[in-house]
Design a protein around this ligand. Structure first.
Ligand SMILES: NC(=O)c1ccc[n+]([C@@H]2O[C@H](COP(=O)([O-])OP(=O)(O)OC[C@H]3O[C@@H](n4cnc5c(N)ncnc54)[C@H](O)[C@@H]3O)[C@@H](O)[C@H]2O)c1
Length: 317
């Protein structure tokens, strides 16, 4: 019987994903610990496995070598494959696959949720009511406002579609503009400086690259409207967090909704003292639907490769 080691802990929560493997006749072996495995643990567990569905664990060259000669595929449960030694896998002819697109909608919905939460002070009013109070905080509508999207890729486009339905005017900055978003959702592409200056809500959806890291800093924050809200569900590194703290504290911008941080969990506890920020723990992809989509996509890649077919979403090196 073919054996599949699953170290991605959320995979176990998806009966649909497990069923894909079991219906293909695979024996599924789960991560026995409620945490990523150490290299030594993985080296032991991977022996004799035909496939690995990898979570956040470091799949090093040593781990991959320990899986030989049976290991035929490493299917990453997600898109971030920086934890996998892709070059070592390639050297042994083992494909590494990812699950692109599985969480686009979930992350986009959280970005919209954060916009609503900061603009309408939802967490703050929840706190007031729980403490026995009944005072209302005056918020702002999304309707008619300018949404600036930095990085109009898979997730940015899903945000734009939803914002369009809210009656927002959408401007965007991306190094690769998409004609379909201009035609179908009235998106206007502008230079980054214009997006920052015109946005009532600025939502970040660019990857963390040398040219994007720290793009939101004390100089660029100063160019934004004092009434603007900043939303980050992309990567914490896009923002210089100390500068954002100062801007939020001193009214340089009105508020922020943040799902991703430079250090996770957050190290700079000063953010907790601010009323105009809503914080979530990198939970953009944490929905039943996204977890199921990731699991099913990873499981299908395993079945495909073990039955001699090429993988659909291999990492190219
Ligand atoms: N919060 C979460 O849980 C969560 C989950 C998944 C992804 N993410 C993050 O969301 C972000 C977007 O993911 P995606 O799947 O939409 O990626 P994507 O690759 O589909 O889109 C990224 C877009 O950014 C653009 N871009 C690249 N360099 C740029 C630059 N210098 N300036 C402006 N735009 C630039 C690209 O052209 C592309 O259109 C990533 O940072 C990703 O890590 C977060």
């Amino acid at each position: 019987m073919t054996k599949v080691l699953v170290t991605a802990r959320s995979f176990a929560k998806s009966p649909e994903a497990r069923a894909v493997l079991e219906q293909a006749g695979c024996e599924v072996i789960f991560n026995p610990y409620d945490r990523p495995l150490t290299e030594d643990e993985l080296v032991e567990l991977i022996k004799g496995m035909d496939a690995l569905v990898a979570g956040m664990d470091a799949v090093t060259a040593k781990v991959i070598a320990a899986g030989l000669p049976t290991l035929k595929i490493i299917a990453k449960h997600g898109v971030g494959y920086n934890t996998i030694d892709v070059a070592a896998a390639a050297a042994y002819g083992i494909p590494v696959t990812i699950t692109p697109g599985a969480n686009n909608i979930s992350v986009a919905e959280l970005a919209i949720g954060l916009m609503l939460a900061v603009a309408r002070h939802i967490p703050q009013m929840d706190g007031i009511v729980r403490r026995g109070g009944w005072s209302r905080m005056t918020g702002s509508e999304l309707y008619g406002k300018v949404l600036g999207i930095i990085g109009m890729g898979s997730i940015g486009c899903e945000v734009a579609k939803r914002a369009h339905a809210f009656g927002m005017k959408i401007i965007a900055y991306d190094i690769r503009p998409r004609q379909d978003m201009i035609e179908n959702y009235g998106v206007t592409y502008l230079p980054m400086a214009d997006c920052l200056a015109q946005a009532d809500f600025l939502s970040l959806h660019a990857p963390a690259l040398p040219e994007t890291i720290g793009m939101i800093n004390k100089d660029t924050l100063k160019t934004m409207k004092r009434t603007a809200f900043l939303i980050n569900t992309a990567r914490g590194d896009l923002i210089v967090e100390e500068d954002l703290y100062d801007a939020l504290k001193n009214g340089v911008i009105a508020g922020a909704g943040l799902d991703t941080f430079v250090h996770e969990p957050i190290r700079d506890a000063r953010l907790f003292t601010l009323d105009n920020v809503v914080l979530t723990p990198h939970a953009g992809a944490t929905t039943h639907e996204a977890v199921t989509r990731m699991g099913v996509m990873a499981a299908e890649e395993v079945v495909r490769v073990l039955s001699g077919q090429p993988p659909q979403n291999p990492v190219k090196i």
